[in-house]
Design a protein around this ligand. Structure first.
Ligand code: PMP
Ligand code: GLN
Length: 392
């Protein structure tokens, strides 16, 4: 029954693997969500808001408290100034922000430059908007890209570049040099940028620099983030977009007919988190660094080739060394039965869906790469490593 443009995008790998984890009673290191909730104070603000009757439709652009908190966050962390009135829009997670941005800004036939591997919703949202992804490969071990391939991906049909830094699934933080190259191409070709910065506060090595801070970029960039990752409330689905008023107005036009508005009590709680002491914002990232090292060291000892992430809560491994001849998807289907652990094949983040016009990429990339979510209690990570020892 599915319309042609959505046929390549049926069940997400996250749903598939989380269902497999439940069915087999496995430890779920597939879908990226923490196994510990965020600050109790934020939970109290959400429940108080429900008890106090903040339960009807909030304004479609978001509650004023959160719009103000987002504007203050962008100013204090990055020196970016936005009016809470018309340059901040609250969305139902970053997922809606991405979808609404592409639907609002792309004409059918437009091209969207994005990096490969890429988060699964990018290609699906491009398809919904009738746009074509132009993929630029990130190459291990440092996930760098060839600047000439990037330049070649821009052309007369390019509408925007969709950049995810810090990057899922690789954990790459784009460097200032790389961001400057992207910014220059945006200026030269006069295209827009949509930046997905949901992991902005989960950085261990390097520094997150928003593309909007580069010369000539503030007026052409929509920056997206979400409270889910920073505060460990992925189920609340509160995201936001900041940018120049005409671009934000365009996204709001699309958002109004997707969800109209987003959950009021959760917006107030996320506003509280953003306004709290810096520790509330940085605490989870600090705790994750030790988890990254624990888990990556453990995987390396087991014989995996490990690409240690600079950010996010995902580690990538090449399984060729421990499972010769096996593809990542087959490995991940077999892993729950054999070891009681679930991971995600990174191969699904390659190819950009059936509509991709690839800039030097093939469907065979990433075939032996597997992604592991390490945002779990230490004892869970240790138990997972113990179970994985039985693979060989
Ligand atoms: N972008 C990236 C890169 C992600 O990893 C995720 C997933 N969590 C999202 C967007 C979606 O964020 P949200 O849960 O706020 O919709
Ligand atoms: N962003 C999460 C991940 O990459 C999953 C979100 C989802 O299930 N759509 O694992």
């Amino acid at each position: 029954m599915l319309a042609t443009r959505l046929r390549p995008f049926t069940t997400t790998i996250f749903s598939e693997m989380s269902e497999l984890a439940l069915a087999t009673g496995s430890l779920n290191l597939g879908q990226g969500f923490p196994d510990t909730d965020g600050p109790a104070e934020m939970i109290r603000v959400a429940t108080d808001a429900i008890a106090a009757g903040r339960n009807q439709y909030p304004p479609s652009q978001g509650v004023p408290e959160l719009r103000q908190a987002v504007a203050a966050h962008q100013a204090s962390w990055y020196g970016l100034q936005f009016s809470p009135e018309d340059e901040v829009l609250v969305t139902t997670g970053a997922t809606e922000a991405i979808a609404a941005s592409l639907l609002a800004l792309c004409e059918p036939g437009d091209e969207v430059v994005m990096f490969e591997p890429s988060y699964d919703s990018y290609a699906a949202c491009a398809a919904m908007a009738g746009a074509t992804p132009r993929l630029v490969r990130l190459n291990p071990p440092d996930w760098s890209f060839d600047p000439d391939v990037l330049a070649a991906a821009f052309g007369p049909r390019t509408r925007l570049v969709l950049l995810n830094s810090p990057h899922n699934p690789t954990g790459k933080v784009f460097t200032r040099t790389e961001l400057a190259q992207i910014a220059e191409l945006c200026r030269v070709h006069d295209v827009l940028a949509v930046t997905d910065e949901v992991y902005e506060h989960l950085v261990f090595d390097g520094t997150h620099v928003p593309l909007a801070t580069f010369p000539g970029m503030a007026e052409r960039t929509l920056s997206i983030s979400s409270g889910g990752k920073t505060f460990s409330f992925t189920g609340w689905k509160v995201g936001w977009v900041t940018g120049p008023a005409p671009l934000v107005a365009a996204v709001r036009a699309a958002k109004q007919f997707l969800t109209y508005t987003s959950g009021a009590p959760f917006q107030l709680a996320i506003a509280h988190g953003l306004e709290a002491a810096t520790d509330t914002i940085t605490a989870f990232g600090a705790a994750l660094k030790a988890k990254r090292d624990l888990f990556c060291d453990g995987l390396a000892k087991l014989g995996f080739t490990v690409y240690r992430p600079a950010a996010t809560y995902f580690a990538t491994t090449d399984i060729a060394s421990i499972a010769p001849g096996l593809e990542a998807y087959e490995f991940c289907r077999a892993l729950p039965q054999r070891c009681g652990v679930v991971a995600v094949p990174s191969s699904v983040f390659y190819g950009g869906g059936a509509s991709a016009g690839s800039a030097g990429t093939g469907q065979t990339a990433g075939q032996t790469l597997v992604r592991w979510a390490f945002c779990k209690r230490d004892e869970v990570l240790e138990e997972a490593l113990g179970r994985l020892a039985s693979w060989s």
